[in-house]
Design a protein around this ligand. Structure first.
Ligand SMILES: *Cc1c(COP(=O)(O)O)cnc(C)c1O
Length: 426
């Protein structure tokens, strides 16, 4: 094994043995150009690449790291657990504690099943919804992401309530057909579909994070709840990003909406692979071994992930959320000021500690609004920020995530870099 140190050489090696040189596509920087830094170390809000460059990190492992990188309490919990074993394939007390913690925090949750990723959580939750309703079709919203299960890699057909089409090669048409897609925020369209077709579930990100940050009208989620009740569909909130980020009680707590099933991931694993689906005791009792819905996992409820998740949740008290909100608000305000000083139209959309800078002058409420953003300009901005030591998510359609480690100094660094970068690309 050759010991390679430079980013460039690593990228070449990576591309020979891994598709695109990465383990998840967006990391390849296809949307912004340039070469992705290979990270060798991280602490707090900083990451260091193999060439020794340090960046303020706004990817935050796509939102998982709300405590920041290598938080001492999280690292200590993982170390202590690793010495007691890394996987048992048997129940452990940590799962019980984390499940109790989630149930105590999120009003709609009585029982939890842990899995190993958000994808797996949503995929399993759909199976549960289909079992509970005896129906196959589901409704989702354009621009949302719910992981890469076949049924969720579907896009809108030609008309409302028509059959879905595969959104990836390799997805069977028969599977995609059962997924109907309408515009995010379009309650009327959702109601029409639900009336026209018996739905197993309406699945929605309660705050969209995967077309950039989009906060829906309060009436949207309440309306979906009513549509689900009226038509016998289950309401499935995908809180893989928003769970324990939007609030301790999730976006559902923030908006006062009660889903039938909730999906979690990211934060509840404290930076280790995790997912969970959860709901009422009655519904979750359909899951094996209590009920007929089969779902299992070798590493499910993994003790390292449970320990990291518990240590992370312990840090998230009211003061932590207040701090995240205050720093988010400051960043939003100063970015808007920097853009207007540079004479560039941007739209900063934010929900607490997640935000997106859209290079457009219009409010982004759905995917077609998001598509009006100037991606070329974002790519230039991304590169200019990277040169100044700030690592943004490498796509216009992602959220920047603040953590507890993004202190006022880090916010200042981000704003200074943004001021200079916006001027440069103006
Ligand atoms: C990240 C994400 C997922 C998928 O989670 P993975 O752990 O990447 O499989 C699902 N839903 C939403 C809203 C996400 O942001």
């Amino acid at each position: 094994m050759t010991l390679v140190r430079t980013n460039r050489e690593l990228l070449e090696r990576a591309r020979r043995v891994m598709p695109g040189g990465v383990s998840s596509p967006v990391r390849a920087y296809g949307a912004v150009g340039g070469e992705p830094p290979f990270i060798v170390a991280a602490a707090g809000c900083h990451v260091t690449d193999t060439d020794g460059r340090e960046f303020v990190d706004l990817v935050s492992s796509w939102g998982a790291l709300i405590a920041g990188h290598a938080h001492p309490a999280v690292v200590a919990a993982i170390e202590a657990q690793a010495r007691r074993g890394t996987s048992y394939g048997a129940p452990s007390p940590l799962e019980v504690e984390l499940a109790e913690e989630i149930a105590a925090s999120v009003a709609s949750v009585e029982m939890v099943r842990f899995v190993s990723s958000g994808t797996e959580a949503v995929m399993s939750a759909l199976r549960l919804a289909r079992a509970a309703t005896g129906r196959d079709a589901i409704l989702k919203f354009a621009g949302s992401y719910h992981g890469h299960a076949d049924a969720l890699l579907s896009r809108a057909g030609s008309g409302l309530a028509t059959l879905g089409l595969p959104d990836s090669a390799g997805v069977p048409t028969a599977v995609a057909r059962d997924t109907i897609t309408v515009a995010y925020g379009d309650l009327d369209a959702a109601a029409d579909v639900a009336s026209a077709k018996p739905l197993a579930a309406i699945i929605v990100e309660p705050i969209a994070g995967n077309m950039g940050c989009v906060v829906p009208d309060r009436a949207f989620l309440a309306g979906l709840r009513a549509v689900a009740d009226r038509t016998g569909a289950l309401l499935l909130l995908d809180e893989v990003i928003t769970g324990f980020r939007a609030a301790r009680s999730g976006a559902q707590g923030l908006f006062g909406v009660r889903p039938d099933i909730s999906c979690f991931g990211k934060i509840i694993g404290g930076g280790l692979p995790v997912g969970a689906y959860a709901g009422s005791r009655e519904l979750m009792s359909l899951v094996a071994p209590l009920g007929p819905v089969y779902q299992a996992g070798t590493l499910s409820g993994n003790p390292l992930a449970m320990a990291a998740g518990l240590a992370t949740l312990e840090l998230l008290d009211a003061a932590a959320y207040a701090m995240l909100e205050a720093r988010g608000a400051r960043l939003e305000g100063e970015l808007a000021g920097a853009a207007s000083a540079a004479g560039i139209a941007i739209r900063v959309q934010r929900a607490g500690s997640m935000l997106t800078v859209f290079f457009t002058d219009r409010a982004v409420r759905n995917e077609s609004d998001a598509q009006t953003a100037d991606r070329g300009r974002f790519a230039k901005f991304h590169a200019a920020m990277l040169r100044r030591g700030v690592m943004l998510p490498p796509s216009q359609f992602e959220c920047w995530f603040l953590s507890l480690a993004h202190d006022d100094g880090a916010i200042g660094t981000i704003v200074d870099a943004a001021r200079a970068s916006l001027k440069e690309i103006g």
